[in-house]
Design a protein around this ligand. Structure first.
Ligand code: GRF
Length: 191
């Protein structure tokens, strides 16, 4: 099977996918890495000889999802699934309907807690600490037309320690994400 990976940032989750494929632990191919902005994720793809495309979200605006559809549909080989690995733009409802139950997202909290608009990146970890939670974690879920509302596939927990800063908590969660994402993709692929 072939997966497209959508990124907006550092791409450490993308790197985990690449590493697991190269080590023979994940049986699929990356058809494309698509970014909605300049980011290190694109460089990671380039370094590993993976086809990658930069789509400027500010230029494309509402056409961003259509552009992604065009790329994936006009390829000579089929893309079966889409993995959002730190992708920050919202996909259009039409796009999501077309790829229903074929798009997964990874989110750095135990959804439904700390999800929704504005809950991304360090905001999530800051909110978790402010709420005095004793545990946090990460969630893999199917993408539906809401923000972080799709059916949960897998979750992994981490403790929140009393002296945690958002940065320290982010690091602890991110390490788990790298593991959980691989398990989520395996589930998606039906293995
Ligand atoms: C991760 O925390 C992911 O859960 C969130 O964005 C971050 C991406 O990190 N959606 P990276 O770009 O994979 O390093």
């Amino acid at each position: 099977k072939r997966i497209a990976v959508l990124v907006s940032g550092g791409g450490s989750n993308l790197q985990s996918i690449i590493n697991n494929i190269e080590q023979g632990n994940l049986n699929c191919e990356i058809s494309y890495v698509i970014a909605d902005r300049e980011c290190y994720g694109l460089e990671r793809a380039e370094k590993h000889g993976i086809k990658n495309v930069l789509l400027d979200r500010k230029v494309l605006k509402e056409k961003l999802s259509d552009e992604i559809s065009d790329i994936l549909e006009n390829d000579d080989k089929k893309t079966d699934y889409i993995v959002l690995a730190g992708y920050l733009s919202i996909l259009s409802p039409e796009f999501i309907k077309k790829w229903s139950r074929k798009i997964i997202n990874i989110h750095p909290s135990l959804l439904p807690k700390f999800g929704g608009k504005g809950m991304y990146g360090m905001n999530v970890h800051r909110a978790v600490i402010e709420a005095k939670e004793t545990e946090s974690g990460c969630t893999i879920h199917f993408v539906d037309t809401g923000v972080d509302t799709g059916e949960v596939i897998l979750q992994m927990k981490v403790p929140v320690l009393s002296d945690d800063t958002p940065e320290i908590l982010q690091k602890r969660v991110l390490e788990k994400e790298h593991v959980l994402l691989i398990e989520g993709i395996k589930k998606l692929l039906g293995k």
